[in-house]
Ligand binder design. Structure first.
Ligand code: THU
Length: 139
């Protein structure tokens, strides 16, 4: 899928956001290496830390379906009812994604207000990461 289309899919996924506490709606669209797309949104909870971000929702859906090879994720986030506003993945999501992506090829696509986008290599967003290599484990 083209990145423009992936951004639109992430922005659509934003509409499913359950964010009654922050009123900050995030949508994600995760592209697998063989072209499948898994969406996710943030899902908040009255016990605040129990909420989950859009990116991890998308990864959980994909990984639980057996997917292990990913090429990119588009992220669209901003206040409910407003255009997306350059929402970057939080630190927890970066660490979560690190488990499943090739840091030199996986791309993080940040959706701008007009649905144009900027692409970042994962290694730019999480340099010096801790992962399977440190534990000398082959995933
Ligand atoms: N959020 C995401 O879904 N992804 C991020 O990477 C940043 C933050 C959500 C969590 C919470 O529901 C809301 O945005 C405000 O922090």
């Amino acid at each position: 899928m083209e990145y423009t289309e992936l951004c639109k899919t992430a922005d659509e996924a934003r509409k499913q956001s359950y964010c009654i506490y922050s009123h900050f709606a995030v949508g994600a669209a995760l592209l697998t290496k063989d072209g499948r797309v898994y969406t996710g949104c943030n899902i908040e909870n009255a016990s605040y830390p129990a909420g989950i971000c859009a990116e991890r929702t998308a990864f959980c859906k994909a990984v639980s379906d057996g997917e292990r090879e990913f090429s990119a994720i588009a992220i669209s986030g901003g206040p409910v009812g407003e255009a997306p506003d350059d929402a970057f993945p939080c630190g927890v999501c970066r660490q979560f994604m690190n488990e499943f992506v090739d840091k030199d090829s996986f791309e993080v696509i940040i959706v701008h207000a007009d649905l144009s986008y900027t692409t970042y290599r994962f290694s730019e967003l999480l340099p010096y990461s801790f992962g399977t290599k440190n534990l000398k484990i082959e995933p």
